[in-house]
Design a protein around this ligand. Structure first.
Ligand code: NDP
Length: 603
């Protein structure tokens, strides 16, 4: 690649000026002034949309009890927090609460056909060495991950300590008790010295505010509450149905191929095409399983992270060796050495952009190879930089559009115009359907209470939503001033990573360490000072510059707060520490090694 700023390199097989203009035009079609405000709040606008279609809610007596630690969320984050508390610190007076009927979090709810994790199972599934479980494939199915979460919960003896199908109504600091009072929709009244919030970053489904959708005559559901009563367990009830899928993100590209095999007619409504890379899934071989030495899972996780953050590159040992690491090798290789001048930095930026164009050209060429109809292939092509939206991996999504019962309805970046009677309308054309499946993702960046469904009131009477009205403010992404003994695991201002369980694991280690440190010192209250919180916020803001500049030029998505990212925001990327999980963990490890709990008020 050539890095001459402003000039077109004749050795390139594309014109960067033309591509730059095309990306901007496509982005401009999608930018909306209402940003994240374009989506509906399901609880307010479609109550009942998120009830549990998978397990019946069993009656039980209300509980009154005091515990050392209450963990909110029994998904991967909650399980990891519990494992550190039980196994490392020896705290066993704990409770888990979850709205779901079992362990699993996102894998409990997202049971749509074809659901799999696109991060390698050997690094994604928690506590594989501790449970002795080896995943069946490189990329696991939802069923296998859900089963594994139950395996972990049972191994840790957490089932009897878990209140499932229970929703928190209120979480309030009680100064007189030096702990938290938790009131639930099952009339439980719990008192906890410490609370761990492991509620997940992508939990509450969102729906686009499409005019008329409340009057749709047919059947409707969201991918994260798949209605198997309607579709049949193997989608056999769809053979006489016209099905609409709205959305073409990670969930849609996994369920569309299954729907394409079953529905009489499948209409896929697209606003922005996704980046689809080859998947290449494979079964786990006995040779692979046999060579795993103790400590393998954490070293594999760390090796993966080093590759996807650009710390390691193509020539280095790459354990996971998949589409994620390969893409990062190509895209991050130009950032290998530190730029020392403004000119060097701008040359590196330009080279990175040219590399990105080349990688995206490969993505677009693959569509031409896999989709027979050239017009449909063109509509499926994404025009933005590789990491603007979350890259996806599939070998069967694109070929689905070669089937005669499948049609792509492209909305030209504007989204569906209207839902009217039994029809979905786009550009004045009505498409009659029996069923609409919203594959429209999850709330990001909205008020914390709106997302989790309950408010948290801290020691100064302030709610967490008020405290975070302008963006996240935390110490280390884990604790909050004014909210003593409250810890976050699995979301927030932690270092960026592509492997969620690694982030949750490290947060859980830190939380367990804090609780142990309090015990050793004989204190029962830990709270970051306002200045410690402000100091960490500044670290987050300082690190955000380059990432925000990139995000601001991207096509809108939940990653960049629908095109309106801001420093210290509440989105997935702008809410995180852009310095990456490795640097973030170094900051926290050094802080722990200092041993003086600097920045925390102890009582
Ligand atoms: P996404 O937010 O990725 O996708 C939502 C889709 O809905 C987008 O295609 C969006 O278009 C579309 N949309 C929104 N509003 C409209 C509208 N008015 N008209 C038409 N289309 C509309 O949600 P997903 O559930 O697919 O995925 C969310 C995240 O969950 C993933 O990015 C990933 O992090 C995680 N996930 C992970 C999986 C894994 O394998 N690890 C599997 C599934 C999900 P537009 O792009 O224009 O906004």
């Amino acid at each position: 690649m050539n890095s001459n700023a402003g000039s077109v390199d004749s050795s390139l097989d594309f014109d960067p000026v033309v591509l730059r203009r095309k990306y901007e035009e496509e982005r401009n079609k999608r930018i909306r002034p209402d940003g994240i405000g374009q989506y509906l709040d399901i609880d307010r606008d479609f109550p009942g949309f998120d009830s549990d279609p998978f397990m019946d809610v069993e009656a039980r007596d209300a509980i009154r009890e005091s515990v050392d630690v209450l963990i909110v969320g029994a998904g991967i984050g909650g399980l990891l927090a519990a494992s550190k508390l039980v196994n490392v610190v020896g705290v066993d007076n704990i409770r888990l609460i979850d709205r779901a009927g079992d362990f699993g979090g996102t894998w409990y709810w997202n049971r749509y056909p074809g659901a799999r994790c696109d991060v390698e199972s050997y690094i994604y599934m928690p506590l594989l060495e501790e449970t002795g479980y080896i995943p069946r494939e490189k990329y696991s199915t939802q069923e296998e991950i859900l089963e594994h979460c139950a395996r972990v919960g049972d191994m840790l003896g957490l089932r009897r300590r878990s209140l499932f199908h229970t929703t928190i109504d209120r979480l309030q600091w009680r100064a007189d008790e030096g702990g938290w009072q938790v009131v639930t929709d099952r009339d439980d009244d719990l008192h906890a010295r410490y609370v761990v919030l492991a509620t997940g970053p992508l939990d509450k489904a969102k729906l686009p505010g499409i005019p008329g959708m409340e009057n749709f005559d047919g059947h409707v559901f969201h991918t994260n509450r798949w209605d198997y009563d309607y579709t049949g367990a193997r989608l056999e009830k769809l053979t006489d149905k016209r099905v609409a899928v709205i959305g073409t993100g990670a969930s849609a590209i996994q369920c569309v191929p299954r729907l394409a095999e079953s529905a009489k007619e499948l209409l896929v409504f697209q606003r922005t095409p996704a980046v689809i890379n080859p998947r290449d899934n494979a079964p786990t071989t006995p040779v692979f399983a046999g060579q795993l030495a103790p400590g393998w899972q954490s070293s594999r996780m760390e090796n993966y992270t080093a590759h996807v953050l650009g710390i390691l590159g193509e020539g280095d040992e790459d354990f996971v060796d998949d589409g994620w690491t390969h893409a990062c090798h190509k895209l991050f290789s130009v950032y290998g050495s530190e730029a020392s001048t403004v000119e060097e930095d701008s040359a590196a930026q330009e080279e990175a952009e040219l590399t990105d164009f080349a990688v995206m050209n490969e993505v677009r060429r693959r569509i031409d190879k896999l989709v027979t109809d050239p017009a449909t292939a063109d509509l499926l092509k994404p025009w933005y930089r590789f990491f603007c939206k979350r890259p996806l991996f599939s070998d069967d999504y694109l070929p689905s559009f070669n089937k005669s019962n499948v049609r792509l309805i492209d909305t030209g970046g504007a989204g569906v115009d209207e839902i009217c009677g039994d029809a979905v309308k786009v550009s004045g054309v009505s498409y009659g359907v029996d069923c609409i499946i919203f594959a429209t993702g999850f709330e990001v960046g909205t008020d914390f209470a709106q997302r989790v469904g309950f408010e948290i009131t801290g020691s100064r009477g302030e709610t967490l939503s008020e405290h975070w009205r302008n963006g996240y403010r935390t110490m280390h992404g884990i604790q909050v001033h004014g909210f003593p003994n409250l810890f976050f695991v699995g979301s927030g201002q932690v270092g960026f990573t592509l492997n969620y369980p690694e982030m949750a694991d490290k947060q859980a280690i830190h939380v367990a360490w804090l609780i142990e440190a309090a015990r050793k010192r004989g204190v029962t209250l830990l709270e970051p000072s306002a200045s410690a919180e402000q100091e960490y916020l500044q670290v987050v803001i300082d690190a955000a510059e380059a990432s925000l500049e990139f995000q601001a030029q991207c096509t809108p998505s939940y990653l960049n707060s629908e095109g309106q990212p801001k420093k210290g925001g509440k989105g997935i990327i702008d809410g995180q520490y852009a310095g990456g999980i490795v640097e973030w963990w170094r900051i926290l490890s050094e802080w722990r090694e200092q041993g003086d709990l600097n920045g925390l008020t102890l009582r």
